[in-house]
Design a protein around this ligand. Structure first.
Ligand SMILES: Nc1ncnc2c1ncn2[C@@H]1O[C@H](COP(=O)(O)OP(=O)(O)OP(=O)(O)O)[C@@H](O)[C@H]1O
Length: 292
């Protein structure tokens, strides 16, 4: 899949800004970025569901719509509507009928964990069950490219694990997978490559470890029980401060100096631990630096 210099505006909002992206066969790519970064816009343009304002898109060397019609692409989009009155097996069979070489309906339902729901009406399923039905619809065409927009939203732990197991099975057979997620552990665990969007631009693109190393440094995390949490940003080495309730994370280029000064300046600091920068810190730091 190839996007060249793709831009998209909605009135005064620039949803995508001169995006270049080349995804090779067999890659698993996570698209990350804060709300409104342009992830859904990017995936929708790659699928031909949305026209780019400018630029060129090719999927398997064709236009996205041609690739979709040729049956090469499976899609799971956020909150896409489902035919509520249909029974699960009927819906999966109807979508299978649109593809030239679909999987057996039963196999697609099993792969997505909805075989036991086959005779249930879609509209009466829970949110997580409906999401699994969407996954079955993405799989049933036996596509070489899977495009998944926040695929595990609403899924319980076991269903998430099962979904990723199925995705892995497909990539092992050479399929390409592009997924958007806010669960950074999913990107860390399942993607070969991370594309980080902020404000419609790609601000980082590479293997997970490369993205982490762009930020580098160490996280010092602790619980702060004091009354006044101001001043952490002035400690030596500190580049960024995140505070969530009583949990504080300092991103620092010199953890020894930060820790010494932290203990000297603040009482009520407990449960201190340090770790090398994880993907979450890297994404927060890079996306924040892009001037959200
Ligand atoms: N139909 C639309 N009309 C107007 N503006 C839109 C439309 N769709 C998206 N936008 C704007 O384009 C930008 C990118 O939106 P997009 O949905 O691609 O972001 P996202 O990264 O998928 O966000 P989220 O993480 O919240 O799903 C946002 O500023 C959004 O408000």
């Amino acid at each position: 899949m190839e996007l060249k210099d793709v831009s998209k505006r909605y009135g005064g909002t620039v949803a995508l800004d001169a995006v270049d992206l080349d995804v090779g066969q067999g890659e698993t790519v996570a698209v990350l970025g804060p709300n409104g970064a342009g992830k859904t816009t990017l995936l929708s343009i790659a699928l031909g569901l949305l026209d780019p304002g400018s630029g060129a898109v090719r999927v398997f060397g064709r236009t996205p719509v041609e690739a979709l019609h040729a049956g090469g692409v499976g899609v799971l989009l956020q909150d896409s509507g489902l035919l509520e009155d249909a029974r699960v097996a009927e819906l999966v069979a109807a979508v299978a009928g649109m593809y030239p070489r679909p999987l057996p309906v039963e196999a697609a339902m099993r792969a997505a964990g909805v075989a036991e729901l086959a005779t249930r009406r879609v509209g009466r399923l829970s949110g997580g069950q409906q999401q699994r039905v969407r996954f079955a619809l993405a799989l049933v065409g036996d596509p070489k490219l899977l495009v998944l927009d926040e695929p595990t939203v609403g899924l319980d732990v076991e269903s998430r694990r099962a979904l990723w197991q199925e995705v892995r099975a497909r990539t092992a057979q050479g399929s390409t997978v592009i997924f958007a997620t806010h669960y950074l552990t999913e990107a860390d665990d399942y993607a070969d490559r991370v594309v980080l969007l902020a404000g419609g631009k790609i601000i980082a693109d590479g293997p997970v470890n490369t993205i982490k190393s762009l930020v580098g440094g160490t996280e010092v995390r602790f619980v702060f029980e004091g009354a006044d949490a101001s001043g952490f940003e002035t400690l030596p080495g500190v580049r960024q401060v995140r505070i969530e309730g009583r949990a504080v994370a300092l991103h620092t280029g010199d953890s020894d100096a930060t820790l010494r000064a932290l203990f000297a300046a603040f009482d009520d600091v407990r449960e201190v631990h340090t770790m090398s920068t994880d993907l979450e810190s890297a994404v927060v730091s890079l996306a924040g630096g892009a001037g959200r």
